[in-house]
Design a protein around this ligand. Structure first.
Ligand code: PGA
Length: 249
């Protein structure tokens, strides 16, 4: 069996301030020394705080990244941020196709896959987010919807797939306090794992996201195909973020 190192990643979304971030970043740094397991830790912060994250985390075991990236390399794209710019600030990661960007900014799966390819070319590791809505699930269309979201990513090929991360985030579980059960999550993770394997990538990490908290993390991480978490709300406090990281055994 391939070894997949657990990855615990915060998604701050549009939260934070220089003052609040200083406390949070220092708290996470200080807490990592007490972690027994060896999960990889990362935070995805708003663009304007990348320099702050870089300063605060540069000589730590915690890596950092952004929450979106332009599909373009450079040019007349007012307001956009390129992969090269993210790399310039030491980013290791970038979220691609978070459900909030799909729903609120009209990002389709082809664009998301193109962003992931561009991120890889810039030396970043894309974390491609997929997940169904509540109505998709109730209509029995979870597998189909997630499959469609994944298809253009799978088409990037085995080399790309082995260098990226997938995050399964059911939309109905995000920010709702209603996490998927470990069994519900595992079922979809297993489908994603099988698709990746069919495309030659058997060691790609698959994170679960959606109301992950310190008290539900261990049961999720106990599932065979859950390799870590993408954490929104609970990543905004050092103790809850570290509490989730501590649930990796
Ligand atoms: P949540 O967000 O942990 O607050 O549910 C997860 C995400 O959107 O990445």
């Amino acid at each position: 069996m391939a070894m997949r190192r657990p990855l615990i990643m915060g998604n701050w979304k549009m939260h934070g301030s220089l003052a609040d971030n200083a406390v949070l970043l220092a708290g996470i740094r200080d807490g990592t020394a007490r972690l027994r397991g060896q999960p990889e830790l990362a935070v995805c912060v708003p663009f304007v705080y990348l320099a702050q994250a870089q300063m605060a985390l540069a000589d730590s075991v915690i890596s950092w990244g952004a929450q979106d990236v332009s599909v373009h390399e450079k040019g007349a794209y007012t307001g956009e941020i390129s992969g090269a710019m993210l790399a310039d600030f030491g980013c290791r990661w970038v979220l691609c196709g978070h459900s909030e960007r799909r729903a609120l900014h009209g990002e389709g799966s082809a664009l998301v896959a193109a962003k992931a390819a561009g991120a890889l070319a810039a030396g970043l590791t894309p974390v491609v987010c997929v997940g169904e809505t509540l109505s998709d699930r109730e209509a029995g269309e979870t597998e189909c919807v997630v499959g469609d979201q994944l298809d253009p990513v799978l088409a990037l090929g085995a080399d790309a797939l082995s260098r990226l991360v997938i995050a399964y985030e059911p939309v109905w579980a995000i920010g709702t306090g209603r996490s998927a059960t470990p069994e519900q999550a595992q079922e979809v993770h297993a489908l994603i794992r099988a698709s990746l394997a069919r495309h030659g990538a058997s060691a790609t990490r698959i994170l679960y996201g959606g109301s992950v908290k310190p008290d539900n993390a261990a049961a999720l991480f106990a599932q065979d195909d859950i390799d870590g978490a993408l954490i929104g709300g609970a990543s905004l406090q050092a103790d809850s973020f570290l509490g989730i990281a501590a649930a990796v055994s």
